[in-house]
Design a protein. Structure first.
Length: 210
């Protein structure tokens, strides 16, 4: 490995260390209670080192959220191999919840933890998240075209479905599903998705025949 390659590797490793440390501190203490100095002290470097990689802690949080949305989108793309729009939507919901359970830290930062909103209009940070939402809207529209969903405002339906799976994911991540034995959680999630989709399904397709 040459000097240039070694330096690039060191920069990449330092950037990763900053992000990982910041994530842990944000989740443990709350975003508003953490400063650049806190992050620097944790990794035993000066604050100036952090500023070589990120202009402020807002940028660190936006970077972590963008990483999370990229991972979520990769999970959701697994539903695209299904031709049946209702079964695809079911798989979409499964993938969303699976992502949340496998990546609770990212999910917390993306959807549950309070954070800055002043850069909300920055499309470069929002684009991958919007891409996931558009995937959901497209799937909902195709369910309507197949007449398995009643015609309705697509944004209303998509937001309703998203809220439903977000509620499931959030309750489990926060250990609010303690009334169920751990080995039954997957069954509960599966049947909750079935119930939600069948209740909206005009033709009552058999979702168990996947």
């Amino acid at each position: 490995m040459g000097i240039k390659e070694r330096k690039e590797l060191e920069k990449s490793e330092m950037r990763g260390l900053i992000l990982k440390t910041a994530m842990n501190l944000f989740l443990d203490k709350g975003f508003e209670n953490i400063t650049i100095r806190n992050i620097a002290e944790k990794i035993e470097y000066s604050p100036a080192t952090i500023y070589l990689y990120f202009k402020n802690k807002d940028e660190i949080l936006h970077t972590l959220r963008r990483e999370g949305f990229e991972k979520l989108y990769e999970h959701q793309k697994t539903s695209l191999k299904l031709d049946d729009p209702l079964k695809r939507l079911h798989k979409h919901g499964e993938a969303y919840i699976q992502f949340a359970l496998e990546n609770p830290e990212y999910y917390d930062l993306m959807f549950m933890m309070r954070g800055p909103v002043k850069e909300r209009q920055d499309i470069n940070n929002c684009d991958i998240g919007l891409k996931s939402y558009e995937l959901l809207k497209t799937n909902v529209e195709e369910c309507m075209e197949a007449e398995v969903f009643p015609r309705a405002n697509i944004d209303v339906v998509a937001f309703s479905l998203w809220s439903y799976v977000h509620g499931i994911a959030s309750l489990i991540i926060r250990d609010r599903g303690y009334m169920f034995p751990l080995e039954k959680i997957n069954y509960i999630v599966e049947e909750a998705l079935n119930f939600m989709l069948v209740s909206n399904n005009k033709k009552k397709w058999d979702l168990n025949n996947k």
